[in-house]
Design a binder for this molecule. Sequence first.
Ligand SMILES: NC(=O)c1ccc[n+]([C@@H]2O[C@H](COP(=O)([O-])OP(=O)(O)OC[C@H]3O[C@@H](n4cnc5c(N)ncnc54)[C@H](OP(=O)(O)O)[C@@H]3O)[C@@H](O)[C@H]2O)c1
Length: 247
Amino acid sequence: MSLGPGVVGEAWPDMSPPGERPYIWINCASSLDGRLAFAHGKRARLSSIEDLRRVQRLRLRVDAILVGVGTVIADDPSLRVHRELLGEDPAASHDGMRSGPLRIVLDSHGRTPEGSQVLDGKQPTVVLTVEGCHRRFPPSITVGGFGRGRIGLKAAMRWLLKRGTRSILVEGGSEVISSFVREGLVDHWTLYTAPIAIGGRSAPTVMSGPDAEEPEAHVRFRLLSTEKLGDGLLTTYEPVRGPPREA
Ligand SMILES: NC(=O)c1ccc[n+]([C@@H]2O[C@H](COP(=O)([O-])OP(=O)(O)OC[C@H]3O[C@@H](n4cnc5c(N)ncnc54)[C@H](OP(=O)(O)O)[C@@H]3O)[C@@H](O)[C@H]2O)c1
């Protein structure tokens, strides 16, 4: 069943910045019971090959890919476009973009481990920290400090847009997705649900972070499309803006 523009048919939404920030697209893969990984955050390969290919096409469309330092520590992702999955030469240029999208890491206090793939200098990379963070990064890394204690996401997003980043793919993990959703920093969300049940207490859920202060402080989304993708299900949502609906 297809209920509107999805990704599989390559009908892409307009990714123009919706104001003083980049366009923000959240993408993640979860188990049937809404977990992003196995117990204690151990990486789970939840995407089917079809979904992995979709994500590579999506990575080629955006200006930047963003993750939190929790994901860097747990998974050590390269955040590169795996062109080999698309049947392309891994060294090929695409749309004039030889080195791939900008990589962005949210890392308030400089916890990104030395030797992490995101610090390898192979793609332009920004690490966002809080003001006054003393961690020294390799010269190839651009560092931006925003807020105290926790990174001020809205200010950081404005700064990124001013530097030319017009669209960002937020890939996780759980705490980062939670912050973007709670702060209203989302325009589009694709969720791949794998036919796997994980359960337990320590496997991270799609969203975590602090409890909402008000029970009504949820964010409502509108379903745009559903697609069977390999052995899983791809669902696409956009946020419903404006006052909350009466129950
Ligand atoms: N299935 C998937 O699609 C998928 C994708 C990605 C990750 N994952 C999984 O997700 C898990 C990691 O998730 P996680 O929640 O532990 O880590 P995370 O969301 O990747 O990173 C969270 C960390 O980012 C930093 N941060 C800085 N500013 C922040 C802000 N404004 N909001 C939120 N975080 C901010 C914080 O550390 P500091 O305070 O030190 O800055 C925070 O602890 C791993 O198990 C990984 O395998 C799954």
